[in-house]
Design a protein around this ligand. Structure first.
Ligand SMILES: Nc1nc2c(c(=O)[nH]1)N[C@H]1C(S)=C(S)[C@@H](COP(=O)(O)OP(=O)(O)OC[C@H]3O[C@@H](n4cnc5c(=O)[nH]c(N)nc54)[C@H](O)[C@@H]3O)O[C@H]1N2
Ligand SMILES: Nc1nc2c(c(=O)[nH]1)N[C@H]1C(S)=C(S)[C@@H](COP(=O)(O)OP(=O)(O)OC[C@H]3O[C@@H](n4cnc5c(=O)[nH]c(N)nc54)[C@H](O)[C@@H]3O)O[C@H]1N2
Ligand SMILES: [Mo]
Length: 769
């Protein structure tokens, strides 16, 4: 089986408009507003743009489908964020993909289009079926669509041949029903986008503090004395976080950035809502910038721990929070002994940093009474990510930086409800208590054997053990690693079903039969038998609040996710032994009935309905944050001993990270510019240190193939323009999803099994221009 790039056919790659300029030193400001407005007006027209953007993240509006950064208590009239506006515009677009579109374009033709071309077609309007052997999708009624699913599910030998994927935009209500349907049929095969995202955070935090969620509030970030932002590009991916960091700075706090790339948003922020940002010089964000090597963070956090321990030894009683360490934690002595043997040569190799740079940050830690560490994909997508994050926790525990104002762990989530989906049970290995509660609520016996995560699901498809794939949002074919392998796996299925808002590659990489089921987005009014419905979401800081769309739906045929799931459930569960006793019709007629069930199954949701009547919603309990209590088996926070790891790259090879440009939302491409990094008009670029290019006999502007090397062979992504860029020696960067073809399915993080999208060993092979 080939493992090379065929997506889209390389013959169609047109990057003639690509230009490269100088990276920016500051983020947001007026250009961001202008750019967002341009995209919004293109997609929605001027009137709808005004109406729609007014409702984003307002207390009676809809939750922004952009990112999971929380809303503050004091929202400005335009809680403005460039990339939030772009996310909204993509959903509220006036462009449509009606049945005539599918009649005009065969699936084979669409499979040669790139992600940008597919996504730009607009909103799906009608349920579509691809019959066995057919060349084109054809429109069907909802009833016919459900019958096809029922037919394929009835033909299965076991419910474990089903895969229920979830992306993180799904509301709590829909997610709760989705997992109930899967478990009602008898499987825990519930892979989700989180497996590829913050799973390492969940794994490390659950082991060490007993809960896989962040422990800080927005106010904590704004009032912390020290915030370390590691492995994250907030200027692009969480722009509203820059307003919080601006406040941290104004309150006298210090910010340290740890990143191989000098991301504009980490350098300087021009707040578009403040006159100062528009006309002045904006706010410098990072006081210290550690340009770390890819995968060098574990070494950095161990080194910082060792320096704190050394300072404590030099002046006993002045550095550590002894009371906290003694009363609330376990394993300190072993951790301290382990760090005493830290090899500083290893630290230098792993991080690429000077010892003085690390000592400077250690001094900031010593001087800070409240420290927060924020992180995202730069820390979670490596082989040793869970170990790295355990070492982040170790460092914070030393000074008692958990469960105290201005202190804590802050994994910054991606999708706007990815955290809520997990809370609702979207996980292949929910704890026993969850199953007990679910069984009690619905009078059935849910399956207890763990299901498949994303990597396991792809392996199962490839091995013929999975037969039917159902995707609740997302773009499984494109978001997953090892594109060629994954696409072949998807094509071997009997049926692929995608519940989607917009056209994407997962619709054209299909099983023997395929369904596209169009659904309402968050911006749209969802009116059911009992009237207009609201749904709920949970942000990165465990705040749950209501979201209510107001726009007229993109088409009369659209059904809400809740309606689709409950209608499917009635048909798939009918007549089965051990089916959950659920009133699916009541669920879809009035979402409050779903919330009533949630309130009995998930702790923290008692009085759910009343709590979301309060504008801004409510914050879920979090014992480490609220009472310094730890629900680990020992009842204490766990110091852990982790062998130091970092990527070893053979001579002549580079370590590639796959990351987001400024003009994309995961696999949805808004445009072909990456303004802050100086890239315009194209995406097939690889950012490489100038000396590495020279050493390989290459120059800026040369076109190369990226070839990844793995134990089972090579993978190739064709035709990338080399860009000389500021990044540590030996490190390179290129955009996802074009480079997913290079990430081997078998290369994932220990424990969390997150694909190693931030460390892929590659060589650059010159090709003729
Ligand atoms: N506009 C927009 N917003 C988004 C998204 C989007 O695509 N577009 N996606 C959403 C989702 S699902 C997520 S998960 C988040 C993702 O948010 P991010 O994690 O910010 O996204 P990435 O582009 O993957 O960027 C990773 C950052 O980590 C750095 N990095 C890479 N490897 C390392 C490393 O080994 N060590 C350190 N210290 N740094 C490293 C990279 O240089 C880069 O700055 O954003 C969410 N928000
Ligand atoms: N190489 C590499 N791979 C990665 C990453 C990386 O950094 N590098 N990042 C990983 C991460 S962090 C993540 S989270 C995953 C993302 O994985 P996914 O969540 O699967 O991908 P998205 O691109 O966010 O999904 C976009 C599609 O969702 C659908 N959609 C949008 N809104 C809605 C809605 O309201 N309802 C429904 N039903 N559908 C909707 C649209 O049809 C759209 O085409 O990718 C992962 N893959
Ligand atoms: Mo993500």
């Amino acid at each position: 089986m080939g493992r090379d790039d065929a997506t889209p056919a390389v013959a169609n790659i047109d990057e003639t408009a690509l230009t490269v300029g100088k990276p920016k030193q500051r983020a947001v400001g007026v250009p961001a507003v202008t750019h967002a407005m341009q995209i919004a007006v293109e997609q929605m027209g001027p009137v709808r743009t005004g109406e729609t953007l007014r409702l984003v993240n307002q207390k009676h509006g809809f939750d922004c489908p952009g990112c999971a950064w929380p809303e503050g208590d004091h929202r400005s009239a335009a809680e403005f964020c460039e990339n939030g506006a772009k996310a909204v515009a993509e959903e509220a677009t006036r462009r449509r993909v009606p049945p005539e579109f599918f009649a005009a374009h065969s699936v084979a033709e669409l499979a040669t289009w790139d992600d940008f071309a597919l996504g730009q077609q607009g909103r799906l309007t009608h349920p579509m079926l691809l019959d066995e052997g057919a060349t084109h999708y054809r429109p069907v009624t909802w009833e016919e669509a459900y019958a096809v699913v029922a037919d394929e599910v009835a033909a299965l030998d076991s419910p474990d041949e089903l895969v229920f994927y979830t992306s993180g935009r799904t509301s709590n209500e829909a997610a709760f029903l989705w997992q109930l349907l899967a478990r009602g049929l008898g499987t825990n095969n519930l892979p989700d986008c989180s497996n590829m995202c913050h799973e390492s955070s969940g794994s490390a935090l659950t082991e060490t503090i007993g809960i896989g969620k962040g422990s800080v509030s927005l106010h904590d970030v704004e009032t912390a004395e020290l915030v370390i932002v590691a492995g994250q590009n907030p200027g692009t991916n969480h722009p509203r976080m820059l307003s919080a960091l601006e406040k941290t700075k104004r309150n006298g706090g210090t910010v340290v950035a740890v990143n191989p790339l000098q991301e504009a948003g980490l350098l300087r922020f021009d707040n578009p809502q403040k006159a100062r940002g528009v006309v002045g010089r904006g706010t410098p964000i990072a006081d210290v910038f550690l340009q770390v090597r890819l995968g060098g963070d574990q070494a950095l956090f161990q080194a910082l721990g060792a320096l704190l321990l050394a300072a404590e030894e030099a002046a006993p009683g002045t550095v550590l929070d002894h009371a906290f360490v003694e009363e609330r934690t376990r394993g300190f002595a072993e951790y301290a002994a382990h760090l005493a043997a830290l090899d500083w040569d290893d630290v230098a190799t792993a991080t690429g940093l000077e010892r003085e740079q690390i000592e400077e940050v250690a001094r900031l830690l010593l001087g800070s009474r409240s420290t927060i560490v924020c992180w995202a994909m730069g820390l979670t997508q490596h082989k040793h990510s869970v170990a790295t994050l355990r070492d982040v926790v170790n460092l914070l525990l030393l000074q008692g930086n958990i469960g105290r104002p201005g202190a804590g762990v802050c994994p910054v989530r991606g999708h706007s409800n990815v955290q809520g989906d997990r809370t609702m049970g979207i996980f292949e290995q929910m704890p026993e208590w969850f199953h007990d509660h679910l069984d009690a609520e619905f009078g059935f016996a849910s399956p207890r054997e763990h299901g498949w995560d994303t990597v396991a699901a792809i392996e199962a498809m490839a091995a013929g053990r999975a037969k039917v794939f159902l995707g609740m949002g997302g773009n499984f074919a494109r978001a997953t690693p090892d594109s060629a392998v994954t696409e072949a796996a998807l094509r071997s299925l009997d049926l692929t079903v995608q519940v989607s808002t917009k056209l994407n590659r997962s619709h054209v990489v299909h099983g023997r039969r395929a369904l596209v089921l169009p659904t309402l987005g968050r911006t749209e009014a969802d009116v059911r038998a009992s009237g207009p419905q609201r749904v709920t979401v949970e942000d990165s800081m465990s705040a749950v609040h209501a979201s209510q769309g107001r726009l007229a739906p993109a088409s009369d045929e659209l059904r809400s996710e809740v309606a689709i799931i409950s209608e499917l459930a009635e048909r798939l569960l009918e007549g089965r032994d051990n089916a959950p006793r659920a009133d699916w019709r009541a669920f879809r007629d009035d979402y409050a009935t779903i919330r009533a069930s949630i309130s009995r199954v998930v702790p923290g949701f008692e009085d759910f309905e009343a709590k979301i009547d309060v504008p801004g919603g409510f914050v879920l309990p979090h014992r480490p944050r609220d009472e310094r209590g730890f629900t680990t088996p020992s009842g204490k926070a766990e110091f852990t001993v982790n062998e130091l790891e970092y990527p070893h790259v053979p001579a002549g090879r580079l370590l590639l990270q796959t990351l987001r440009s400024h003009d994309q939302y995961n696999t949805t491409i808004y445009g072909k510019d990456d303004r802050y990094r100086g890239i315009h008009g194209g995406r097939r670029v690889v950012l490489v240190h100038a000396d590495d290019l020279a050493e390989q006999g290459l120059a800026d502007g040369d076109v190369v193939d990226l070839v990844s090397e793995w134990s089972d062979g090579e993978r190739r992504a064709q035709a990338f323009r080399c860009v000389a860029y500021s990044t540590p020696r030996g490190c390179a960067a290129a955009y996802y999803p074009e480079t997913n073809v290079l990430v081997p399915l078998g290369s994932y993080a220990d424990t969390s099994r997150t694909p190693t999208s931030k460390s892929v060993v590659v060589r650059l092979e010159p090709r003729d221009r």
